[in-house]
Design a protein around this ligand. Sequence first.
Ligand SMILES: [Zn+2]
Length: 284
Amino acid sequence: MTADLDTIAGWLRDARHVVALTGAGISTESGIPDFRGPEGVWTKNPEAEKTATLQYYLADPEVRRRAWQNRLRSEMWTAAPNPAHEALVALERKGRLHALVTQNVDGLHHRAGQDPGIVVEIHGNVREAKCVACGWRGPMDAVLARVEAGEDDPPCERCGGILKSATISFGENLVPEDLERSQRAAADADVFLAIGTSLTVYPAAGLPEIALRGRRPPGRHERPGDPLRPRRRRRGARPARHRAPRARRPGVSGGARRTRARRPGPPAGNTAGPPPVGETRPLR
Ligand SMILES: [Zn+2]
């Protein structure tokens, strides 16, 4: 971070389309540990990452039992939004924030009062459970009640299949529509904030790059209606499989980052340079 706060405030005042990407770091102040930080859940216990990997989750009942216990005890159920979440709500109310893409599944942006219409939970959420066999979805509360009542790996009541939280695990496809909305929003950003994300894994980490390459035709900034509706057809919105990161990207750290879209510029090519690797913040 080289710019001071006044400079950044100036960017935000002048901006017409602020887009924010948030990761686990925005919620640590709310008492939810991140995954890859120094005190991260996976840093301290790499084995725990298995509960967030579909392959292990499906193959090993013990991994599922552990995952259900983790869900039952998760800090997410009692966590409250912190001033960072509230600042984004304030930015929205000033008419600046047009999209908020979050890697978090904790629902704290919603709880802070963010308009659900501008939030894209690119890695799903923990409010719902889903069946990996028949696609059933329902409230997480009801399934957790079954766990509390003694079912350590509750099956789908409709088909007997394996249940999990409605988050995107490693090895699972992202929801193409969510990814596409995020990429469109990034391409339209004139200020892009990356908050509390290490930007180590794709495709979420590719969004700032899209913002840098994106461009909007002059005079079309104030188009009414859904700020996330397509303004132009973009290539590269292919379904991305969610995989564990292969390597850290050097020179990138958490905190607010800002990019300004070049305009005019060359047409955007694929939405992310490196292959979509996928990243999530699944409930362990
Ligand atoms: Zn089912």
